[in-house]
Design a binder for this molecule. Structure first.
Ligand SMILES: NC(=O)c1ccc[n+]([C@@H]2O[C@H](COP(=O)([O-])OP(=O)(O)OC[C@H]3O[C@@H](n4cnc5c(N)ncnc54)[C@H](OP(=O)(O)O)[C@@H]3O)[C@@H](O)[C@H]2O)c1
Length: 253
């Protein structure tokens, strides 16, 4: 992927990993559009980085996604990079579920429907650009699930698989397909305070950008980098150890 001169959509770019990426892409000389559900978060981001373009959009909603794509093609005809970053994480005890299906489905809609729909909708445009890229932000949990977040982990495994197919289908085109698999990173994912044990956000984002500059296409960091090279046995053991540790820390789960 080219380092500068791109026009980039980052979903969920108003905070956390998306905003850290937006900051670095801006510094490198790119035009950035971010979207998210909360207008106040988008405004905060724009106050910090006035060059950002912002758009309120719930990528879990099909209608919003179509509107977003129409707006992008109309107002940003040079759009050449899609960063599918928006995501949510929910804890689900499968033996105790009282919520309606919509509660569970939103995680699938945001984490999995959205990246696929945005990819399919924008791909005809991206294929016409001289250089383009699709960057999917999955998770180290795509490789070894967090048992307490079973739907989340499954959406990330599914996105990992989709990304592999997309890369092979687009081989020989101008569209690079890149996957970023973060480990636990200190953001508000799942709710404020739940990921404070994770890697510092700026260190993680700097590490990812160094990998992007080296032209890597499957980018892990720390634990998730190790998982990319682990055996199936090691991954199964990692999942078991994470689950045992979680249950010790959360006996009421
Ligand atoms: N932090 C970690 O430990 C970690 C580890 C592995 C993978 N990841 C992945 O990294 C990505 C970014 O997460 P993060 O850690 O930066 O979490 P975060 O701090 O909670 O940020 C998520 C961002 O996504 C936006 N978003 C959520 N649902 C959305 C929707 N329906 N439509 C549009 N925007 C939406 C949020 O804004 P609004 O709420 O205003 O919409 C927020 O700006 C996610 O895909 C996550 O799964 C994170």
């Amino acid at each position: 992927m080219r380092e500068s001169g791109n026009t980039i959509l980052i979903t969920g770019g108003a905070s956390g990993i998306g905003l850290a990426f937006a900051e670095r892409f801006l510094e490198a000389g790119n035009q950035i559009i971010i979207c998210g559900r909360r207008a106040d978060k988008l405004e905060e981001a724009k106050a910090k980085f006035p060059a950002l373009h912002t758009r309120v959009c719930d990528v879990g909603n099909e209608h919003d996604r179509v509107e977003l794509c129409d707006l992008l093609l109309r107002e940003f005809p040079n759009l050449n990079v899609l960063v599918n970053n928006a995501g949510i994480q929910q804890w689900v005890n499968v033996q105790r579920t009282e919520e309606e299906w919509a509660h569970f489905h939103q995680e699938i809609a945001i984490n999995f429907d959205a990246p696929i729909h945005l990819t399919l909708r924008l791909l005809p445009h991206l294929l016409k650009q001289p250089h383009a890229a699709i960057i999917n932000v999955s998770s180290g949990l795509a490789l070894a699930p967090a048992t307490w977040a079973p739907i989340y982990s499954a959406t990330k495994a599914a996105l990992h698989s989709f990304t592999q197919s997309l890369r092979l289908q687009l081989e020989g085109t101008k569209v690079d397909v890149i996957e970023i698999l973060p480990p636990a990173v200190n953001t508000d994912l799942g709710g404020p305070g739940l990921h404070t044990f994770g890697a510092p956000l700026n260190e993680f984002a700097d590490g990812v950008f160094a990998s992007l500059r080296r032209g890597e296409i499957e980018i892990g960091y720390g634990d998730s980098e190790r998982r990319l090279h682990a055996s199936r046995e090691d991954l199964a053991e990692a999942a078991r150890q994470m689950w045992l540790g979680f249950r010790k820390r959360n006996p009421e789960f």
